[in-house]
Design a protein around this ligand. Sequence first.
Ligand code: GLU
Ligand code: ZN
Length: 486
Amino acid sequence: MEGEIRARFAPSPTGLLHIGNVHTAIFTWLFVRHNQGKFILRIEDTDRSRSTQEYEEMLLDDLAWLGLDWDEGVDVGGPYGPYRQTERMELYRHYAQKLLAEGWAYECYCSQEELEAERARAVQEGRAPRYSGRCRKLTDEEREAYRKVGRRPVIRFKTPPGEQIVVKDLIRGEITFNTSDLDDFIIVRSNGMPLYNFAVTIDDLTMKISHIVRADEHISNTPRQLLIYRALGETPPVFAHVSMLLGPDRSKLSKRHGATSLREYREKGYLPDAIFNYLAILGWSLPDDREFATREELIRLFDLTRVSRAPAVFDPEKAAWMNGVYIRQMDLDTLTDLALPFFQKAGQITADRDVDRQWLQGVIDLVRDGVTSLSQLPAAAELFFEAEPSYEEQALAVLQKEGVREVLVEYRERIPQWPSFDPETVATEMKRVPKDLGLSVGKALRPLRAALTGRVSGPELNYIVSLLGKEAVLARLEYVINNLLT
Ligand code: GLU
Ligand code: ZN
């Protein structure tokens, strides 16, 4: 490939970033990073009624969270800015004038009613409802007359009839379109706002984009964009249309399948690396069909031409599973940083009730095996934060068994004398009680677990005891002995 690789992600700030868009953005980013090119973030905000500043901010924030850093874009600037479409109006005007002057475009003064009447007639006569091109032939006088009565024109592209336009796509091969199926599409509205196909082409051209990686829903737009490049005498970029994601039922990924925005996953406590890894292997596979890879490996191995044409299925359960794997493998210190806000949100850590970092790490390490997202950590760690555990049915039943009082009283006697409270010592000391009383280990540890945690199963008991600490352990034993035994 010649010259610098320059590819862009061009979202519209009209909502939260959709997982499908993120998927395409990841492929674009991997492609750029693999080729040491430039990743450009352009904001397509010409739809004034739906674009907002808040959405733009969230979009930037979510991309940064995911680690998709950009080399040029709205906030960081760059040599081909501005990178927000509404700030590029002068450019669109310039190129629209050029197309008009060179006869590739023309003003159309048709009113809404006239266009509708034309459409209705076409349908009635069994023709495709397409703009007839009647304003192509307007004389200067006719245009002047329209202007006099207050009509303001749109600008239409003069699509040549009966030509084959071939889109050469890196992923899908050659796709041929016939221009007779395209009409004279509008490139600028009567209020001066450029339309998608025109704005995107002018931007890609002037930003020197070498590769357009985008969702396949835009394939039908590509021949129109190619026509504009040709009219301007420019060589178009290379195209790569990525298939959209499907839900597990193989219909288009939507709300019905659960969370569909990156932000929702972020708020649920998904790790950026896990989301990144999972989306990177949808519709593309590592050479040896491995599923886990670091970003560095993904960058090194990514190959756009090996992206599948078939749509990939986004499976929320698999995403959760993968996130769980990442949570279990993550360096504990980093994990604790990421988990902290979730404990704060759950009210388990507050300004008034700060906790020892070392201790919190121990708690997280103990319960992380059982969760698939960070938001599940507070519930999984609940027994370490409540003053008294809530006792579930089965635990109460265990506590009603014969001999339980003797066991728990024995623990209450001995625990103050334990030489230390680290997990190893606790493990040894815990087992001394059944031995000395002539009981099986389970006969002592089952009621102890029930008494201390209110549950019949959970992480290893010696760790729980160690993290609860002597004071809390004795308080819980006292409470159970006095209130819950028969
Ligand atoms: N703003 C368009 C979108 O979000 C960009 C399409 C393109 O990449 O050409 O779909
Ligand atoms: Zn017209």
